[in-house]
Design a protein around this ligand. Structure first.
Ligand code: IMP
Ligand code: MG
Length: 170
């Protein structure tokens, strides 16, 4: 499989982002919110580089309808296990593509009155953006192509690849 982002570049970026997050959240009550399933590998590497007391929680959402049309419906399949009121919430995503998922999550989690709410994504694919969402920490920008690996899947597969690749056209 063609590699777009090699494993050692990902590792280096996780260390850099971890240092930034450590600096920015010093003295704050931080909750990392991993968006299942795609963010799992990124989250596990990233958090090793965050030198702060923190907690980790997970949620899972799914999108329905034609994702090429705006107004795709996003729904919770699994919600957080704890309230986030008064805590500093950092959403950890695998990729921001149309932006619909993160837009929905920001609106939904904001109603729970966290002390702050920010977004960290490994990959940013701005070409198909429909909702202009703020991205506070970004690993890499990727071109308008379907990517897999390092947590990201195509029909459930390739999540275990240690690098980001591009599925060959069949
Ligand atoms: P969005 O709501 O369009 O921003 O997309 C969010 C979700 O779509 C991501 O969290 C991924 O699960 C999935 N996704 C979008 N683009 C890709 C891709 O290139 N490869 C794998 N999954 C993707
Ligand atoms: Mg995802």
């Amino acid at each position: 499989m063609e590699s777009l982002v090699a494993a050692d570049r990902i590792a280096g970026r996780c260390a850099e982002l971890g240092r930034e997050i450590t600096r920015d959240y010093s003295g704050k009550d931080l909750i990392l919110v991993g968006v299942l399933k795609g963010s799992v590998m990124f989250l596990s590497d990233l958090m090793r580089h965050i030198d702060l007391p923190l907690t980790v929680d997970y949620l899972r959402v799914s999108s329905y309808g034609d994702r090429t049309e705006s107004g795709g419906v996003v729904r919770f399949e699994l919600d957080l296990s704890q309230p986030v009121r008064g805590k500093h919430v950092l959403i950890v995503e695998d990729i921001v593509d149309t932006g619909l998922t993160v837009h929905y999550l920001l609106n939904n989690l904001a109603t729970r009155e966290p002390a702050s709410l920010k977004v960290c994504t490994l990959l940013d694919k701005p070409s198909r953006r429909q909702k202009d969402v703020p991205i506070d920490y970004r690993g890499f920008q990727v071109p308008d192509t379907f990517v897999v690996g390092y947590g990201l899947d195509y029909q459930g597969r390739y999540r275990n690849l240690p690098y980001i690749g591009r599925v060959p056209a069949s």
